[in-house]
Each structure stands twice: as structure tokens, then as C-alpha cells.
Design a protein. Structure first.
Length: 507
């Protein structure tokens, strides 16, 4: 482990009163973001039916949140270090709740995409602030590992609560109701957080450089957009120009950080092998899993015919596995080693994704449930330990920026995964051969095909659905296979990058 924290060890052993109650408030923010991400997947078929987006618009609805949040996380994490992490967390939570209302009442695909983008702006303030506050609340390494485990377990619990609560709402109310559940969580977070959360900031932060903020935002969005366009339409002049713009903006951002006396992000952090290895592992892991996560709810509902609430329950094993693994990950990493736990977890996820390449339209739930359980356990071990490594590698004054790097890797991986693996599913799906009279819109998404079938003669409707579902499942096979390859490769890389890395064990 790096020695960054060692000189301040004596001062850091004091345990802050009320830290566990404050942690409860922080995990509410995590729950807010996790629930929002999972309910969108369940609501996608209903959004498709009501707003009638094209296949490209549907992908934008799914990934524009990640695009924006990835571009702003570093800036918002650095802003929290400067103006106060409690302040930015409470302001962000309030905005998150208000913008959720706009999501709920969006009436066109374009307005929905805008609402998701604005939600990304608010969401960018939440996750870095929660991890940074944990770094400042818990000075004892073992307590901090447990707190990070609870933080991660809550995120995983949100992936379970979201589909179940969302499924119940979708069966009884319109799809916009799944976004309104953010409001009571936000209200509790703000009201309780005002009293329980301590304020913390960098005492010598330097100015917040707006040019760096713009370079980061433009660079991230342009690069991810270029990847998405390349995966969907191939190499076009527009895609190449956008990609070059993004690369130039990111180069400018890095160069500016290296020359500024008080940068938004200290690029020297990446010289630490443990820090860089943990960030890379997070990015590639989410990239490999995101295609499955985004399309799983559609598979359960539109291919296997499950109701929304039943589909939510079907996804529960992944969340249960992640919660259990997250709570014991710190202990396991100290008993075995960081690289054993991280690499083993990633390899387990890779194997489970490989198993999912064999599922069909009528695959029994035991196979699917077992695979999801393994995915959850493996991801829970990996994400919890890498988050602990990242937090422990930096001084407390830089906790916000370092946490933002971790979250940027997560969101960038999600955006790239949906763009690349999602485009695989969409591209394969669009190639299905429907019966005579199949509307062109049925090739845009599986939800559109289901809607179109309701206006066709019974025998043609059945032929359309059979062809569309078979094509969708084939695309899911390819995306799962690609994800498995990414995860297994990442497991090997983590084994070497995290060699010798240890979690702190002395208080």
C-alpha cells in the first residue's frame, strides 16, 4: 500500500461520533442513484410504447445520463473538495429530485433525452461526495473498509429495490411513476443530512478552473459519442471529427492539470500502480457487464413474457450476491490478497456471462438465476475492494477528486458498454426477417415489434414476434460473449496490476 496516509496516522485514529448515522444518510444518496438506473431498464418497454423513440433515440435515453455524468464527475468531485462535500451533496440531491419530475412527465423522446442529461448533471454531484465523506468520516482502515462495503452493498441493494418497486409501480401506474419514487428518498436525505453530516473540504484548494471543466466535459462526451456512432454507423467523417475533438479536449485537460499549481485533478495519482489498476479494472468491468444489464429487463419481459414485478424479482440474485460479497470483501482481501479477491471476482463474472451465451427464449430460471448470483458475488468483491484501494491511496484533502475518478471509470464504462455492446444487440436485432407487411418501425426495437404485432393478423403477429425475439436473443448472446471476453481479460490484467497491493490493516 502507498504510504500517503502514514505520517498522519496518529491524528487519524480518532473516531468521529455519529459517523455510522452519517453513513446512513450517505447510502441514501447511493440508493437514489442506483434505483434510478435500474428502474429505467424496466420502464424502457413502456417508454418505447408511449414515446415511440427510434432505436438510436432509445439508446440515447439509456446512455446520455452516463455520458453527462462521466464528463462532469471529476469537475464536481473537485468542486466538492473546494466548496464543501456536504454542501454539494445536499444541493445535488435536491436538484436530482426536482429533475426526476421532469423525467416522469417527459412527453417526447427529445424531452426525455434532455431530462436524462440534466439528471446526469445532478447525479455527478452525488457519488464522489459520498465516497469522499466516507474517507473523511472513517479514519480507521478496517472501519473504512466496512463502510465502503456498506456503501457498495447499498448500491447493489438499490439494483434489487429498483426493479421490484418499479415493477410494482409499472403494473399499477404509468411509467413516469418510477421516477417519482426519488422524491421521498431525496427529502429524507436532505432533511437528515443537514443535521448529521459533517462538512469537509480541502483547506488549500486553489481556484476552480472553468476551462478545465469545459475540456473535461467536451472531451468525455465527444469521445463516447464517437465510439457510439462508430459502433452504430461505422467510420464516418462526422464520427472521426467528433472523436478527434474529444481526444484533443482530453489531451488539453491532462496538459492543463499537469501545468496548474492547483489542478482540478492531480494526474500524479495515476503514477500509483494500485490506483491506476483499480480504476482500469472498474472501467472494463462495467463495460463488459453493461450490455447485459441494459437489455436483461427487456429479455425477461418481452422475450420470456414476465410481468414487470416478476422481472424485478428475477433480477434479485445479482443484488443479493453483491450485497453479501460487499460486506465481507474487505475481510477477504486482508485474509487472501487484493489481487486474489479482485481477479477472482472478475473471473467469476466472466464465466457467468459466458454461460449466458447459451440461454434461449425458454431457458428455465434456475440457470439464469444462478448466473446472476455469480455475477453479483463477483462484482461485489471486485468493486468494493477497488473502491477501498482508491480511497486509501490518496490524502483526505483529495478524496473528492479521487472518488470522482473512480466514479468516472464506472460511468464511462457504462456509457461505452451500452454504446458498443448495446449496438451489437441493436444491429443484430435489426437484421431479422419478418413476415410480409411488417412495419419498418418494428426493426427499431423489440418493444416496437411487440406493439406492431398487436395491429397485425394473429398468424402474422406470431411470425413477427418469433423472428424478432430470436434475433434479439442472438444479439444478446453475442453481447454476453463479448462481455465475458472483456471480464476474463480484465481479471488477468488485474492480477498483474494489483500485485503487492494490500489494504491497510492497522488502526
Amino acid at each position: 500500500m502507498t504510504s500517503t496516509l502514514r505520517p498522519a496516522r496518529a491524528a487519524e485514529t480518532e473516531k468521529r461520533p455519529g459517523r455510522w448515522l452519517a453513513l446512513c444518510v450517505l447510502v441514501l444518496a447511493v440508493l437514489l442513484v442506483a434505483v434510478d438506473a435500474t428502474v429505467l431498464g424496466l420502464a424502457t418497454p413502456y417508454i418505447s410504447e408511449d414515446l415511440d423513440p427510434s432505436g438510436t433515440q432509445l439508446l440515447w435515453i439509456g446512455d446520455v445520463y452516463s455520458f453527462v455524468i462521466a464528463g462532469l464527475l471529476v469537475s464536481m468531485g473537485s468542486l466538492g473538495d473546494r466548496i464543501g462535500r456536504k454542501r454539494i451533496l445536499l444541493c445535488g440531491a435536491t436538484a436530482f429530485g426536482a429533475i426526476s419530475v421532469l423525467n416522469a412527465y417527459a412527453s417526447t423522446p427529445e424531452l426525455m433525452i434532455l431530462a436524462r442529461a440534466l439528471l446526469g448533471v445532478a447525479g455527478a454531484t452525488l457519488m464522489p461526495a459520498t465516497l469522499a465523506l466516507i474517507r473523511n468520516l472513517f479514519h480507521d482502515p478496517r472501519e473504512r473498509s466496512l463502510a465502503v462495503g456498506i456503501w457498495g452493498a447499498t448500491a447493489s441493494a438499490g439494483t434489487a429495490v429498483g426493479p421490484i418497486v418499479g415493477g410494482f409501480l409499472l403494473e399499477h401506474f404509468w411509467w413516469g411513476s418510477v421516477f417519482l419514487i426519488n422524491l421521498p428518498v431525496m427529502a429524507v436525505l436532505v432533511l437528515v443530512g443537514i443535521r448529521t453530516l459533517p462538512e469537509s473540504r480541502n483547506p488549500n484548494p486553489g481556484p476552480w478552473d472553468m476551462l478545465s471543466v469545459v475540456l473535461s466535459l467536451v472531451g468525455m462526451i465527444a469521445v463516447v459519442y464517437a465510439v457510439k456512432e462508430a459502433a452504430t454507423h461505422g467510420f464516418t467523417p462526422t464520427m472521426l471529427a467528433t472523436g478527434l475533438l474529444g481526444a484533443a479536449a482530453l489531451w488539453g485537460f491532462v496538459h492543463r492539470q499537469l501545468t496548474m499549481p492547483a489542478p482540478l485533478l492531480d494526474m500524479r495519482l495515476f503514477r500509483r500502480r494500485g490506483f491506476s489498476g483499480a480504476v482500469l479494472a472498474d472501467l472494463l468491468t462495467v463495460l463488459g457487464m453493461s450490455g447485459l444489464v441494459f437489455f436483461l429487463s427487456q429479455y425477461l419481459q418481452l422475450v420470456q413474457g414476465r410481468r414487470p414485478f416478476e422481472a424485478g424479482l428475477a433480477e434479485l440474485p445479482a443484488a443479493v450476491g453483491a450485497v453479501v460479497a460487499g460486506l465481507i470483501a474487505g475481510y477477504a482481501a486482508r485474509r487472501l490478497s487484493v489481487r486474489v479477491v479482485v481477479s477472482g471476482g472478475l473471473a467469476a463474472v466472466g464465466v457467468a456471462l459466458a454461460v449466458l451465451t447459451t440461454i434461449g427464449r425458454s431457458t428455465g430460471y434456475p440457470v439464469l438465476g444462478a448466473a446472476l448470483l455469480v455475477v453479483g458475488v463477483g462484482a461485489g468483491f471486485s468493486f468494493t475492494v477497488t473502491a477501498d484501494v482508491i480511497l486509501s491511496s490518496v490524502p483526505r484533502d483529495q478524496a473528492g477528486a479521487a472518488s470522482a475518478v473512480s466514479e468516472t471509470a464506472y460511468e464511462l464504462g457504462a456509457a461505452l458498454g451500452i454504446a458498443l455492446l448495446g449496438s451489437i444487440v441493436t444491429g443484430v436485432y435489426r437484421g431479422f426477417a419478418g413476415p410480409a407487411g411488417t412495419p419498418a418501425g418494428a426493426h427499431e426495437s423489440l418493444g416496437a415489434a411487440v406493439e406492431a404485432s398487436q395491429r397485425m393478423a394473429p398468424h402474422r403477429a406470431e411470425a413477427l414476434l418469433d423472428a424478432a425475439r430470436d434475433s434479439f436473443v442472438h444479439g444478446l448472446h453475442l453481447a454476453s460473449g463479448a462481455g465475458a471476453a472483456v471480464l476474463l481479460g480484465t481479471a488477468v490484467a488485474a492480477w498483474f496490476l494489483l500485485k503487492g497491493q494490500e489494504l491497510e490493516s492497522d488502526g
